[in-house]
Design a protein around this ligand. Structure first.
Ligand SMILES: N[C@@H](CCC(=O)N[C@@H](CS)C(=O)NCC(=O)O)C(=O)O
Length: 235
C-alpha cells in the first residue's frame, strides 16, 4: 500500500483554497499524477496544522515527513517520486527559483497590496482580525488605503507582467514546450487573485489570458472552480 500524501492549505470563507504557494504544489502533484488528501485551514489554524510548528502553508505530510516551504516540497516530491520530474536539472531548478523571485517581487507583491482588502473580506470571519492586523503591520497602512490605490496602480502591475508575455510569445509555456514548475508558479499567482478579486487584475484581451486558460484546463481543469472571479473584464 502506498503512503498517503496530505496537503495542508489555506481556505477562505467559501471553502476555496487560495494560497499561490499551495496552488503551485497542487499543480506539482498533478504533474506527477499523485493523489493527495487536501486538508483545509484558515489563517488562524495554520500554527496548529500538521501537528503544529509551521508558520505557513503549504505543508506536505507523507509518512513521517512533514515539510513546508513550497520549493522544499517540490524538491521532496522529486526525490520521493522521481518520475515526471519538476526539475530535470539543477539549472532548471535555478531558473524556476529566479523566476519565482522576480515574479513575487516585481508583480505579485504589488497585487498583494491592491487585493489585501479583498482577501480580508473573503477570509473566514474568525480569521479577519488576524489578517488585518498582520497585513497592516507588514504594509504599514490600512487595507482600505492600499485598495484605494488599486485603479491607479493596476497599469503598473500589468506592465510588470510584460516579461511573461514576451516569453509566451516565443514558446507555449514558461517552462518551454510543456508545462512545468515555472508555469505552476505563474498560474498560482493568478489563481490566488481569481479566488478573491472584486475587480479584475488584467485588461480585457490581455495575451496572458490564453496561457492562463490553458493552464487552468490542465489536469482535468484543476485551476477552475465556479466560485472563482473573473481575471479580466469581458472583451
Ligand atoms: N515561502 C513560502 C511562503 C508561503 C506563504 O507565505 N504562505 C502564506 C499563505 S499564501 C501563509 O501561510 N501565511 C500564513 C500567515 O499569514 O499567517 C512558500 O514558498 O511556501
Amino acid at each position: 500500500m502506498t503512503t498517503p500524501l496530505r496537503l495542508h492549505q489555506l481556505v477562505i470563507d467559501n471553502g476555496l483554497a487560495i494560497s499561490p504557494f499551495v496552488w503551485r504544489i497542487r499543480y506539482a502533484l498533478a504533474h506527477k499524477g499523485l493523489e493527495v488528501e487536501e486538508v483545509p485551514a484558515g489563517f488562524t489554524d495554520i500554527p496548529k496544522a500538521a501537528g503544529g510548528g509551521f508558520k505557513t502553508v503549504p505543508i506536505l505530510e507523507h509518512g513521517d515527513t512533514r515539510i513546508s516551504e513550497s520549493f522544499d516540497i517540490a524538491d521532496y516530491l522529486d526525490r520521493a517520486f522521481p518520475d515526471a520530474p519538476l526539475f530535470a536539472t539543477r539549472g532548471e531548478r535555478a531558473a524556476a527559483q529566479l523566476f519565482d523571485s522576480f515574479y513575487l517581487w516585481s508583480a505579485m507583491r504589488m497585487a498583494h497590496g491592491f487585493y489585501a482588502l479583498d482577501i480580508h473580506n473573503a477570509a473566514r470571519a474568525v480569521d479577519r482580525p488576524y489578517y488585518r492586523q498582520s497585513r497592516e503591520a507588514r504594509f504599514g497602512g490600512p487595507l482600505e488605503e492600499m485598495a484605494a490605490g488599486r485603479d491607479a496602480g493596476l497599469p503598473a502591475f500589468r506592465e510588470a507582467l510584460q516579461p511573461l508575455r514576451m516569453t509566451l510569445a516565443r514558446q507555449p509555456w514558461l517552462a518551454g514546450d510543456a508545462p512545468g514548475y515555472a508555469d505552476y508558479i505563474g498560474l498560482g499567482g493568478f489563481l490566488w487573485l481569481a479566488g478573491v478579486a472584486s475587480a479584475p487584475p488584467l485588461a480585457a484581451g490581455d495575451p496572458l489570458l490564453g496561457w492562463i486558460d490553458r493552464g487552468r484546463d490542465l489536469y482535468g481543469g484543476l485551476g477552475r472552480d465556479p466560485r472563482q472571479r473573473p481575471l479580466a473584464a469581458p472583451n
